[in-house]
Ligand binder design. Structure first.
Ligand SMILES: NC(=O)c1ccc[n+]([C@@H]2O[C@H](COP(=O)([O-])OP(=O)(O)OC[C@H]3O[C@@H](n4cnc5c(N)ncnc54)[C@H](OP(=O)(O)O)[C@@H]3O)[C@@H](O)[C@H]2O)c1
Length: 196
């Protein structure tokens, strides 16, 4: 599977390393252009490349990993998503008033034609940087209205050593997993739970 990352910070680097260790390819992008990411992608490995936002957005699964306030500008680079999968990994600051909308509804409004899945936003990046074969099997929650998009992402996450858990639609699931909600920041380790 080829993953594109819009954003190349803590979250993007962390998941990019997990994906690459499990044989996937990744394209990372930022606002400064591919040259600024050359050293970073070299450190991730041969399956990692730097690209523009547009190039990242052409991959099989695209992950939005920019700060909330950067999302609209970053997504403006892509005019039509043509049904491609966009994973919203962002977290909206608690003080942000989105007028009754969930965070992912706002993100969806910036990405016309994308199949949005809310995921990768609940785990703290600095706590999931064990890339070894012995890493914990951590639960990752997914919400979205497109079953095929969720299935493709869930399969790739399983291959990468995570445990995907489908919470349902983008709005109902999003209300459970967005920042400040009950599942936000919850690190569930499946092996430890089974052994207990
Ligand atoms: N950190 C965590 O533990 C964690 C966990 C779950 C979810 N989240 C959420 O995930 C998102 C990313 O968090 P992070 O910690 O990875 O942030 P970060 O380290 O600040 O990274 C943000 C990245 O976005 C890039 N960026 C900024 N503007 C851009 C644009 N217009 N187009 C393309 N790329 C752009 C930045 O690069 P340039 O400035 O060089 O362009 C940077 O690489 C946030 O919404 C955060 O709330 C964070």
């Amino acid at each position: 599977m080829k993953f594109g990352f819009i954003g190349a910070g803590n979250v993007a680097q962390t998941y990019a390393k997990h994906f690459v260790r499990h044989g996937h390819e990744v394209v990372l992008s930022n606002s400064k252009g591919p040259d600024s990411l050359a050293e970073l992608v070299r450190s991730i490995g041969p399956n990692a490349k730097a690209g523009t936002v547009k190039e990242a957005a052409k991959q099989d699964i695209v992950i939005l990993a920019v700060r909330w306030e950067q999302a609209e500008q970053a997504l403006a680079e892509v005019s039509d998503w043509n049904g491609r999968i966009l994973v919203d990994a962002t977290n909206r600051p608690l003080e942000e008033d989105t007028k009754g909308k969930t965070a992912s509804e706002v993100i969806a409004s910036y990405a016309p034609g994308a199949r949005i899945v809310k995921a990768l936003n609940t785990l703290v990046a600095n706590w999931i940087q064990d890339y070894s074969d012995k890493k914990p099997k951590l639960v990752l929650f997914l919400s979205g209205d497109d079953t095929d998009a969720k299935r493709k992402l869930a399969r790739a996450l399983e291959e990468t050593g995570f445990v995907p858990v489908d919470l349902g639609g983008l709005i109902d699931g999003g209300k459970l997993q967005e920042f400040g909600a009950p599942l936000s920041g919850l690190h569930l380790d499946l092996i430890k739970r089974l052994e207990f």
